[in-house]
Design a protein around this ligand. Structure first.
Ligand code: FMN
Length: 171
């Protein structure tokens, strides 16, 4: 079972989550950073997991474009979706619905919110100014490693079911 984790990261947090997910999923998992210039051979993968982070209320444009451009292929694959962001009060389903195309959300075996991290060292001045409003948060942002593990188990479990039954099972 070949799995691809295609992700975009602005400050490194989503990459860290993708890497943890890769470890949790086990063998035969590749990671690729989404870039507008890169061409992807998605056909060679059975499972494709797409992730990105939320900046000013939106997922990276490159993630959105990746999903739109490859929608037809993605809809033939077993798909997982995840996002990273820092707001602990986030409505997870709303976040996923806003970040990814509706058809893909409906098709996905699993979707997840992995928390976030503010990597101040990697920020430029504008990003530092923009994140000042984070001071109003009651809780420090944090990556939720337990959720990543649960997401990996869910993907593994559901894809073995869908392999046995033929069509992909939605929950
Ligand atoms: C300039 C900036 C804007 C952000 N805007 C939001 C936001 O609108 N909502 C949110 O929940 N988190 C927001 N965040 C937090 C990021 O989503 C969080 O730090 C995430 O872990 C970043 O992932 P990355 O390092 O992979 O880009 C913002 C962070 C920065 C630096």
């Amino acid at each position: 079972m070949k799995t691809l984790i295609a992700y975009s990261t602005t400050l490194g947090c989503t990459e860290q989550c993708a890497s943890k997910l890769k470890d949790d999923l086990g063998d035969d998992v590749e990671m690729v950073r989404i870039s507008r210039r890169r061409k992807y051979n998605l056909q060679q993968h059975d499972t494709i997991i797409v992730g990105g982070s939320i900046h000013e209320g939106m997922i990276q444009r490159s993630v959105h474009k990746f999903c739109e451009t490859n929608l037809e292929v993605l809809l033939q694959k077993q798909v997982g979706l995840f996002v990273c962001c820092m707001d602990p009060d986030t409505d997870e389903q709303r976040l996923i619905d806003q970040a990814f195309p509706e058809q893909l959300v409906k098709h996905a075996l699993a979707s997840g919110f992995f928390g976030g991290e503010l990597n101040i060292k990697k920020m430029n001045l504008l990003q530092k100014i923009m994140t000042r409003k984070a001071a109003r948060l009651k809780k420090e942002p944090d990556i939720d490693f337990q959720k990543i593990l649960e997401f990996a188990s869910k993907i593994q479990k559901l894809r073995s079911v869908s392999r046995l039954d033929g069509p992909i099972v939605h929950m």
